[in-house]
Design a protein around this ligand. Structure first.
Ligand code: ZN
Ligand code: ZN
Length: 425
């Protein structure tokens, strides 16, 4: 129906099967994250723009052109919808003094992020990310554990069999400038041959040269100096340790010195998860230190983020279904208004016994209730009617065969459970 307004550009409503899918996915993610020792954290959707402009990098796409600014009365501060959640979590950590708790802290979040993406690229402007962060540790085991946990989720919970991790190190403030110099002087030789974006990157953010997907730049990229050859002693050792953990845990990974990620805050480890067959990135993360940038206090951390909309697309392509509540086990109907509440108590009993029960007490006639039960595809229907109820019984009807019998209420739960189990064999 045409309304005088529509949903905002680049945003999506989820209802029906889509909503069921996300509910199930959230459920899996909450359970999994908690099991792996991460604590849930929520931050506002709205943040001071500086949280991002001072961390993601002035020349990152997000800061340059993709932030949603809010109209506010405040004259001094500008507020934006969060484009990512690593910087907000570090804001909380530092602002609320979480560094005084036993370190490190392991956080997870599931939430909406906002970026003014170009809609023709098929990307949403509001999207959902699951993220993990380990804050307060420089130890290479933290990097490994983040990579491992994301891998485990994709492989064992979502059943992506051919997951691969691409891994790189971006070095630190000591070794990276030297590499940048090397890279810049290499690319200067080709500055008239590389694409326009790369010509700009060469001046503003040379590391992003390695990120170029433009075909004309590929030959130059291929022969560019490898950052792994320029790492200082500490970065190199840190990287070797991660690799040895990965080797021992049978994680499928490969080194990729062109992997740089889109935000400036990364240092040392960066990684992405890929599907082996189509080289499609599912998400990734890396190491960062926003305490050092914001308040000159080293606060080493490492994290990952995965976009759930993309995971959904891939699961659909692979025909993997993720449904929260498939069909109800049983439907309860009543005959006669005075039995409504008694029937409702029976529903509550069945639910307390762990059954998934449906009903439609918003319709009065039995035939309307049964028609609804038939449409939603329930196999078993319990009918609460006066005559049977006077003998503490109800009617149990099998919709498929049409057979029905009278069953004592005390035996109802077991009878339904038995039928459900024999049906599933
Ligand atoms: Zn270094
Ligand atoms: Zn290029």
């Amino acid at each position: 129906m045409k309304l005088p307004f529509t949903k905002p550009k680049g945003m999506k409503d989820n209802f029906g099967n889509d909503a069921e899918f996300y509910l199930k996915l959230y459920d899996l993610l909450y359970d999994f994250s908690v099991k792996y020792g991460f604590k849930y954290i929520e931050t506002p959707l709205v943040e001071n723009e500086k949280v991002f402009t001072t961390s993601l990098g002035q020349t990152s796409d997000v800061v340059e052109k993709e932030m949603f600014y809010l109209k506010t009365d405040e004259k001094k501060e500008k507020y934006v919808l969060r484009p990512e959640n690593t910087a907000p979590i570090m804001r909380v950590y530092l602002e609320e003094g979480l560094y005084s708790e036993p370190q490190p802290l392991l956080f997870f979040y599931i939430g909406k992020m906002y970026r003014k993406e170009n809609p023709q690229r098929g990307r949403l402007r509001e999207f959902t990310q699951w993220g993990l962060e380990i804050v307060g540790s420089e130890n290479s085991f933290a990097d490994f554990y983040i990579i491992f946990t994301g891998y485990k989720f994709l492989k064992e919970i979502l059943n992506f069999s051919e997951i691969k991790v691409k891994l790189n190190s971006l070095g630190c403030e000591k070794c990276r400038p030297k590499y940048k110099k090397k890279l810049t002087s290499y690319y200067r030789r080709y500055k008239n041959k590389i694409c326009h974006d790369c010509q700009r990157r060469l001046k503003e953010n040379p590391l992003r040269l390695l990120d170029c997907k433009n075909a004309i730049c590929q030959p130059y990229k291929k022969n560019a100096p490898n950052i792994l050859d320029s790492l200082c002693k500490f970065c190199s050792l840190h990287f070797q340790e991660i690799i040895s953990y990965l080797d021992k845990s049978e994680i499928n990974y490969e080194l990729d010195y062109t992997l740089v990620r889109g935000f400036d805050y990364y240092e040392r480890t960066v990684f992405e998860y890929f599907l082996q067959e189509d080289n499609l990135a599912l998400g990734g993360g890396g190491r960062y230190d926003l305490g050092k940038i914001w308040v000159n206090t080293p606060t080493p951390a490492v994290g990952l983020a995965l976009g759930l909309e993309r995971l959904k697309l891939i699961l659909e392509e692979k025909g993997i279904e993720l449904k929260y509540s498939p069909k109800p086990d049983v439907f309860v109907a009543y005959v006669g208004e005075e039995l409504k509440i008694r029937a409702f108590q029976i529903i509550e009993n069945l639910r307390n016994e762990g059954l998934n029960v449906s009903f439609n007490f918003f319709k009065q006639s039995l035939s309307q209730q049964l028609e609804y039960a038939n449409k939603i595809g329930v196999k078993y229907v319990v009918i609460v009617a006066f005559e049977e109820l006077s003998k503490n019984s109800v009617i149990l009807k099998d919709f498929e065969s049409g057979a029905q019998e009278t069953i004592s209420i005390s035996k109802l739960v077991n009878e339904i459970k038995n039928r459900l189990t024999s049906q599933n064999v």
